[in-house]
Design a protein around this ligand. Structure first.
Ligand code: ADP
Ligand code: MG
Length: 739
């Protein structure tokens, strides 16, 4: 871009007027889920028998027969056509980022020479998208390209524009998962079963345990014109070069600051559309970095929450464009300021109440609370490396481990009250805990957990997995990620821990039954507390209350045996660690073949991302930066010559002192850039020749990625030297402050 064009673009960006802040006469409760075929619509559009069958499918996971599916499809079609829908699509989440869809019209031959609108149960339940170009990690070779998408009735269908969208899982012809949703649903089933078993120690009436997810989506907005003038942003989602703006976030004035009007109009528009699609948006605010914002809905059942997050990310991109913005979901679009994450608030609840909640009403409730907290910690402790593997990516790697986001070590913060409670339980002896005067007098002297625990004021922001009152907040998830990846691992790991807990408690009850003969309850509680004591001790290494950003923690974590691996491609390999394979097998979530395929895809995606960055970066250096720096240097040289023409030699040297210095500096920077871009190309060439997917990704990590950073330093120095009018790319200070 020429300098004139750059100033035009920048000028336009600052002149932009906000679209009108959209206004609705109806209240959100009136238009909420307007475009969703939820229970209310089902009740209205389906025959009552069919409606009841659907409720059974949704509530109890029973299978849907084709006859019922036909009847459901008929009602759905009627509803969708009333909203103007003409097409339908199966909407799925392949192992790339984002979602995929294939649209089919409702039309069919009427066999009288005309057409009828038709939508059958079979079309609702199953589709065969030609899926050979979705990543499968070699599971489905291209000649056997059949992959099925199958309706997930747990997530209601919705209408966007003229299309009926049907949430589906995506599996190969031979039954392997090719998406995030299939294993997620299995992990949710596993945690449900294991948690119901454990909850039944405490309550008689628990039949179902639901995993909840409340995500908080962070994002950046930039002006569309400026975005278009940054090839790096356009192609990779982040700026590969750019010097810090003189002012960025050091004043902390953006966080919870007032929202600029242009942004407010965008947010309002986005929220209305999201509410209409049944996403229960609740909070919005500015984030720490300039131009950074956050949006969070009320938590929902995890499977639905994941779908809603995927839908929200595409809505955000769409609505942003309407308002002349681009929405950046990359974890680190700008160096030097905070990146974006997606905190995942996770909890378990039953058909009768919340499991991670400590009401402190009865000792039983407290023991149940401690059990679920401790077994969650056990799962996280055993699979801390894998959890990290589930959230790491080429893009999230820029955020993790930097002093702004969770460190690249998984640990859990519990707060003082909960820590004290666990210590008390661990150190207490049976006599303190029990009054063994018979069933009636049985009382557990666990300190009553006060309601105060719900207050999360002392939250430790440096902790990647913090207890925050009635849930855990997993903060290491990246803003662009499908949160299913983390939710699969977390729910499966907790399911494994709970099942293991149950097995040990049962064995102990059997062992001690004779001792407590006639007092079955006492035997049970002794067993539970014994096993809990063991586990509180065992999972201690994961519990950390201190500053996760400190250097000492890295050392300490290593001593504790936690996973301290820093490089993304090596973290992916955690999926293939024997204890991971075993955990996924036991919980029935993923087979070894599926794990291998997934790991391959992660590695390949990593390599491709760095490869694309390196190519674009090289081009920008050679075609944009070097020519401009050289042009400016020539101008300086010209000036030095002219000065020497009019001044005597001695004086001329003095007058040109500064320019001579700049000429030299420019030479130093440009030669560094030129030489190292060549090294960058060589490093890629060498890496590309490596046969093994994992070794290639490691080579990209170790040899290609660091060069980008090293060269960037010199480009950013040039940005400070070269005449602003010549500089070819919009600068940070221009991109980062929407007015
Ligand atoms: P903060 O930014 O302070 O962490 P927010 O209010 O932005 O908090 O987000 C909190 C998120 O946690 C919301 O999505 C909320 O719905 C969710 N949440 C609240 N309670 C639970 C729970 N029991 N289980 C899961 N998520 C929850
Ligand atoms: Mg949060």
């Amino acid at each position: 871009m020429s300098s004139t064009l750059r100033f035009q673009v920048v000028g336009e960006a600052f002149k932009k007027k906000p679209l009108e802040i959209p206004n609705r006469d109806e209240r959100p409760s009136e238009f909420f889920a307007k475009y969703v075929f939820n229970r209310q619509k089902m009740f209205k559009y389906l025959p009552s028998k069919v409606y009841e069958k659907m409720c059974d499918v949704m509530d109890n996971g029973t299978t849907l027969d084709l006859q019922t599916a036909d009847a459901v499809a008929e009602g759905m079609k009627r509803w969708a056509m009333e909203l103007g829908a003409t097409h339908c699509t199966h909407w799925f989440q392949p192992l790339t980022e984002g979602t995929a869809e294939k649209h089919d019209g409702f039309v069919e031959h009427d066999w009288k020479g005309g057409m009828v609108e038709e939508f059958t149960g079979k079309a609702l339940v199953q589709q065969e998208p030609d899926a050979s170009s979705f990543p499968s990690g070699g599971i489905r070779s291209t000649f056997e390209a059949r992959g099925y998408s199958a309706w997930d009735p747990a997530s209601p269908v919705f209408v966007i524009g003229d299309t009926l969208m049907i949430p589906t899982v995506f599996i190969s012809y031979t039954g392997e998962a090719l998406d995030y949703k299939a294993p997620l649903k299995k992990a949710l089933k596993a945690v449900n079963e294991a948690a119901v078993d454990v909850a039944s120690y405490f309550y008689d009436d628990v039949t179902k345990v639901v995993s909840n997810l409340g995500w908080e989506q962070e994002y950046f907005l930039v002006d569309e014109g400026l975005y278009a003038a940054r090839p790096d942003l356009l192609m990779t989602g982040r700026t590969l070069m750019g010097h810090d703006s003189a002012k960025n976030q050091q004043m902390d004035d953006h966080y919870f600051g007032s929202i600029p009007r242009r942004v407010a109009a965008f947010m309002k528009d986005l929220e209305i559309q999201a509410l209409e699609l049944g996403i229960p948006c609740k909070t919005r605010h500015n984030e720490v970095a300039p131009n950074q914002f956050e949006l969070a809905p009320i938590f929902e059942e995890t499977n639905l929450a994941v779908d809603h997050n995927m839908l929200m990310m595409s809505l955000m991109r769409d609505v942003a464009r309407k308002h002349g913005f681009r929405c950046l979901l990359h974890e680190k679009p700008f160096a030097g300021i905070n990146g974006s994450g997606k905190h995942c608030n996770w909890s378990l609840s039953t058909n009768t109440g919340v499991l991670l909640h400590a009401p402190g009403k009865t000792p039983m409730d407290n023991l149940r609370f401690v059990t679920f907290v401790v077994e969650t910690l056990m799962g996280v402790y055993r699979h801390n490396g894998l959890l990290k593997g589930s959230i790491i990516s080429a893009t999230n790697a820029h955020r993790l481990g930097a002093n702004e986001a969770p460190p690249a070590i998984i640990s859990s913060f519990l707060g003082k009250q909960l820590t004290d409670l666990l210590t008390a339980l661990e150190e207490s002896d049976d006599n303190q805990l029990f009054n063994l005067g018979g069933k009636q007098a049985l009382s557990l002297d666990i300190p009553q957990v006060p309601e105060l625990l719900l207050d999360n004021t002392d939250r430790n922001r440096t902790s990647p997995f913090a207890f925050t009152g009635n849930r855990f907040e997993f903060r290491a998830v990246g803003s662009s990620a499908n949160c299913a990846a983390a939710m699969i691992v977390l729910n499966a790991a907790v399911a494994e821990a709970l099942a293991d807990f149950k097995r040990r408690v049962d064995a102990r009850i059997a062992e001690t039954a004779a001792k407590y003969e006639g007092t079955e309850h006492t035997a049970k509680y002794h067993a539970i507390i014994d096993v809990l004591r063991e586990d509180i001790k065992a999972c201690k290494p994961i519990h950390f209350e201190g500053n996760g950003y400190s250097e000492e923690w890295k050392e300490e974590a290593k001593r504790r045996g936690l996973d301290v691996e820093q490089s993304a491609p090596r973290m992916f390999l955690q999926y293939l660690a024997p204890e991971s394979i075993e955990m996924f097998r036991k919980t029935g979530v993923l087979t070894e073949a599926e794990l291998e395929a997934r790991t391959d895809i992660k590695l390949e995606t990593y390599t491709k991302k760095i490869q694309i960055e390196a190519r674009i970066f090289g081009d920008l250096c050679l075609n944009h930066i070097i020519p401009v720096a050289t042009r400016y240097q020539s101008q300086l040289i010209d000036n030095v010559h002219r000065v020497s023409e009019i001044f005597p030699a001695e004086e001329a040297r003095e007058v040109s002192q500064n320019n001579l210095k700049l000429i030299k500096q420019i030479s130093e920077h440009t030669s560094f850039i030129t030489e190292n871009v060549e090294r960058l190309i060589d490093a890629r060439r060498v890496a590309n020749r490596i046969g093994s997917e994992s070794e290639r990704a490691v080579a990209y990590h170790d040899t290609v990625a660091p060069l980008l950073e090293q060269i960037r330093y010199h480009v950013d120095k040039l940005e400070l030297i070269v005449d602003d009018e010549l500089w070819p790319l919009p600068k940070y200070r221009e991109m980062l402050f929407i007015r």
